[in-house]
Design a binder for this molecule. Structure first.
Ligand code: 5GP
Length: 140
């Protein structure tokens, strides 16, 4: 699929749009989801200009999963969640709404449902605090 360099995540990666950043390395960028399905919903973006998994290089795919493995324990510790989902959507029919490869980390809390996908903006102040706490946990 042709990559649209003006998608919102491309703009965030170029510093042209704001984000609640958690972590960054050479190949990945991690930020809070601004429409969180649960408290602590975090996104791992590849820095490769790839719209979906089919276009993503093996190297970039590996980097995303390694970053997920690094971030997930910090999210668990900060949110005190009971579990966490790692997911990644490809194509509108699968629920993809931003055509730049990213993985979701969605904490799950026993007995609590998840909110709808990409529907309702979260509390930015609370999201900012979470981003700072997860970043701090990573720097321990
Ligand atoms: P997808 O549907 O493509 O798998 O996931 C896109 C995710 O990005 C959704 O969970 C949605 O809430 C989130 N999202 C959409 N626009 C923005 C934005 O401008 N900033 C951030 N941080 N997340 C966004």
């Amino acid at each position: 699929m042709a990559y649209d360099t003006n998608n919102i995540f491309a703009k965030i990666l170029r510093g042209e749009a704001p984000s609640f950043k958690v972590y960054e390395d050479e190949k990945t960028y991690v930020m809070m989801d601004i429409m969180p399905q649960t408290t602590g919903h975090t996104l791992i973006l590849t820095k490769e200009p790839a719209a979906n998994l089919f276009d993503l290089s093996e190297d970039a795919a590996q980097a995303c999963v390694v970053t997920a493995k690094k971030i997930a324990p910090a999210i668990m510790k900060v949110t005190q969640a009971d579990g966490i989902i790692l997911s990644q959507f490809n194509g509108e029919a699968a629920g993809q709404t931003v055509d730049h490869v990213h993985f979701h980390l969605v904490p799950r809390y026993a007995g609590q449902d998840v909110r709808a996908h990409a529907k309702e903006q979260g509390d930015f102040e609370a999201i900012k605090v979470l981003a700072e706490k997860i970043a701090a946990e990573l720097n321990q």
